[in-house]
Design a protein around this ligand. Structure first.
Ligand code: CTP
Length: 407
């Protein structure tokens, strides 16, 4: 059953060739149970006529900020209040730029500023425009402000090129909004807690120690667990990856905050995956004032942070606990020693310091080890790798719980 039932979705349509798919999106959202109202930019109206949206939504279509007729009935503030979800599809590069800079010079940007509803964008543009540093910076800014990016996907583009930037297909956009796994999965009824991304440890009010973790692997694990039917909470350090549909996100900054957020939730969960690159140390005493470069050398005194993974594994009735390990040599031996030392049910180890894989890339490979067994997962996208890892986790989890239940 779709969770869009009774939801009030305000669909913004901006000027891009992908706008031809938006009337179909209105129909699919309505089939999923939502009420839909449409707001178009002037650019969008060059591609699709408002009448088309009026016909498929069964509602008047909005496009003028200063429309006297609209002000009387559904003015922009009223429309912004009406929505409990704003979805802009397609979202053009220009629209993302205007939204990122808080402009309110047309109806749609004004609605986005005036609404308290969550906002999701399905970007659509030529691959070079998407890859432009300005667009990526706007995306990161919007994501940091809590705006969700649905896509874009890659493939054939209307301009004849091939690459990243095309709007996701309509069913995928609807699925992303509902966040419902389509089929019952192997983790149905389980609660999964995942740590994601780096942590930041303050040096002074303006500086911090951190690492290159992108958060992509952790969120891929969270998304995979959700697709497999679990209720998923991701405790995330600062990273610009958008939250996968249906995953609850808890944002933290430091290792101590991550530890606290995890320990408050771990006792109620079935599976814990430590995918965060937690800073091992924090600065012992953080000064209130910015450190001045008066001296030629500077010594920082560091204190060890609590090991979150180990604390979870040491709980009286611990969840099935999975850790990650990054190794530069003797990967299997070091990972297995780490698994035993931290009393983990499973460890997923990857090589670091090599040309491919690791923190920043889109791909990785893992050596997965558990008591009495293991599996190599070859170089592949982090999304595919997370699916394969979570399938192994589900298998081992059921096997262990099954043997415990039959005792
Ligand atoms: N971890 C944690 N809390 C910490 C440090 C690490 O939860 N304070 C978790 C990570 O999320 C990861 C695993 O522990 O799952 C990594 O273990 P760690 O001992 O940090 O190993 P490496 O990063 O591989 O580094 P080292 O070689 O220093 O042991």
């Amino acid at each position: 059953m779709s969770n869009l039932y009774g939801r009030r979705v305000l669909l913004g349509v901006t000027g891009g060739i992908a706008a031809y798919k938006s009337p179909d999106l209105v129909r699919r959202l309505r089939e999923a149970g939502a009420q839909v109202r449409v707001a178009m930019t002037a650019g969008a109206m060059e591609f699709v006529r408002p009448l088309t949206f009026q016909a498929v939504s069964g509602e008047p279509v909005h496009h003028d900020l200063l429309d006297p007729a609209a002000e009387a009935a559904m003015g922009h503030i009223e429309l912004a209040r009406w929505a409990d979800q704003v979805l802009v599809a397609p979202a053009s590069a220009n629209f993302m730029a205007r939204l990122a800079h808080g402009m309110a010079d047309d109806l749609l940007t004004t609605l986005c500023l005036a609404t308290e509803a969550p906002i999701a964008l399905a970007p659509a543009m030529n691959r070079v425009m998407w890859a432009n540093a300005a667009t990526l910076a706007n995306r990161d800014l919007l994501v940091r402000r809590g705006i969700r990016m649905i896509g874009p996907g890659s493939g054939d583009q209307a301009c004849g090129e091939v690459g990243e930037g095309r709007m996701l297909d309509v069913p995928d956009i609807v699925a992303a909004l509902t966040g419902d796994p389509a089929e019952p999965g192997p983790l149905d009824g389980t609660r999964v807690l995942v740590t994601v991304g780096p942590t930041r440890e303050a040096v002074d009010p303006v500086r911090f120690l951190s690492n290159r973790s992108s958060g992509r692997m952790g969120f891929a694990v969270a998304a995979a667990a959700r697709r497999m039917g679990a209720e998923v909470v991701a405790v995330a350090g600062p990273c610009a990856v958008s939250t996968p549909p249906g995953v609850e996100r808890v944002d933290v900054e430091t290792a101590a905050q991550m530890h606290e957020a995890v320990m408050a939730r771990a006792p109620g969960c079935d599976i814990f995956v430590g995918a965060a690159a937690v800073a091992d140390y924090r600065v012992a005493e953080v000064p209130e004032a910015k450190i001045k470069k008066n001296d030629d050398t500077l010594t920082l005194s560091l204190l060890k942070n609590p090991d979150i993974l180990q604390s979870v594994a040491a709980l009286p009735d611990p969840p099935f606990t999975v850790g990650f390990a990054a190794e530069t040599h003797d990967l299997r031996d070091h990972a297995e020693a780490k698994r035993r030392r931290k009393s983990l049910d499973m460890i997923a180890a990857n090589w670091v310091g090599r040309a491919q894989g690791g923190f920043e890339g889109d791909e990785n490979a893992l050596e997965v080890l558990w008591e009495g067994g293991g599996r190599s997962l070859g170089m592949q996208s982090k999304a595919a790798l997370a699916d394969a890892l979570m399938e192994l986790v589900a298998e081992r989890y059921h096997e262990e719980r099954g043997s415990q239940d039959s005792r």
